[in-house]
Design a protein around this ligand. Structure first.
Ligand SMILES: [Zn+2]
Length: 338
């Protein structure tokens, strides 16, 4: 079959790869309905994470179960499933506390930018729908696998409450999903920090009440102005750079929480500064599995449309163009038809 392999910086190829097989009795093989490119795929693509050997790309997935190992009980061939990008058993203590992305058996999904993928720990990782969903719901169901689940976790970790004033730092796909999540959690005010018209428009559609296009000190000053010099109740950091994290910390009021889901690159915290700022931080890889059943229901009931975040759709054979378009910010997020 054809699959996506990253060979080095800016060298991503759609090429012949072996079909996946059941390796353990707890595995499932799924036939993907669609797959996509993640913002985090751009870190190795840009050479910011070292690529030591060819990497099979893709960790966001949904599709039809093709085959299951002998120990799999909760899903069966023919069912439509969505799974998290974090593989989890969903039974260990961390999973039971809702932190499946710290599962003692955690693995990260790979190789999903392909027509077929192997999902380890299928019982713990996959969630099946009652019936095969309508085709037009596939992009939104695919979004629950990572990008929506991650934005949702940012809002959950930052303890967004009804009426909260929320600031979202980052207007990538995760930031836009964080806006959607804050809206679903009934935030009173949602400030999206964005400088790009198309992303601002989508943020407004997803529930942002204010747009702040300034960054750095000017951005912080605007947030202070909007909050009577107090700062936000919850800040959702969806980038992962030194600048975005500094901005998130400064926009938050004392006693608030910062949910940070952008993988930090070059971020260093000052202990004393954190101590005196009295702001909480919770982040990390999102425990998407905790939120999946709820998010899938919201999509199946057509209450949310996270799939709109895909503004470029390509056949798998054009995957390289999908990476370049996202890298150059010509596309927010690329959906791949397999
Ligand atoms: Zn676990």
């Amino acid at each position: 079959m054809l699959g996506t392999v990253l060979h080095g910086p800016r060298d991503v190829r759609c090429e012949e790869v072996p079909e996946p097989n059941i390796l353990h009795p707890t595995d499932a093989i799924i036939r993907l309905s669609a797959t996509c490119i993640c913002g985090s795929d751009l870190w190795p693509f840009r050479g910011l994470n070292e690529v030591k050997s060819p990497m099979k790309m893709g960790h966001e997935y949904c599709g039809i179960v093709e085959e299951v190992g002998s120990a799999v009980r909760s899903v069966a061939p023919g069912q439509f499933v969505v799974g998290s990008f974090c593989i989890s058993d969903n039974t260990c203590p961390h999973c039971r506390f809702g932190f499946q992305s710290s599962c003692v058996q955690r693995e990260f999904m790979s190789g999903a930018q392909a027509p077929l993928a192997r999902v380890p720990l299928a019982d713990g990782t996959l969630v099946a729908t009652a019936e095969v969903p309508a085709d037009d719901l596939i992009p939104s169901l695919l979004a629950t696998s990572d990008v929506l689940g991650t934005g949702w976790y940012a809002a959950d970790a930052a303890r967004v409450r009804p009426g909260s004033t929320v600031v979202v730092v980052g207007d990538g796909a995760v930031g836009l999903m964080a806006v959607l999540a804050a809206k679903q959690m009934e935030a009173g005010r949602i400030v999206a920090m964005s400088r790009h018209k198309t992303r601002q428009d989508l943020a407004l559609e997803y529930g942002a009440t204010d747009i702040v296009s300034e960054r750095g000190e000017a951005g912080v000053a605007r947030i202070k102005e909007l909050t009577d010099s107090v700062g936000a109740d919850a800040v959702l950091e969806c980038v992962g750079t030194k600048e975005s994290m500094a901005q998130a910390l400064e926009c938050a009021r004392p006693g608030s929480m910062i949910g940070y889901v952008g993988v930090p690159h070059g971020v260093v915290f000052d202990g004393q500064q954190l101590f005196f700022s009295q702001k909480g931080l919770l982040g990390g890889p999102a425990p998407v599995r905790r939120f999946l059943p709820h998010l899938m229901d919201l999509v199946l009931e057509r209450k949310i449309n996270p799939g709109k975040v895909f503004d470029l759709e390509l056949p798998l054979s054009d995957v390289a163009e999908g990476y370049h378009a996202m890298d150059e910010r010509r596309a927010i997020k690329t959906l791949l038809r397999v």
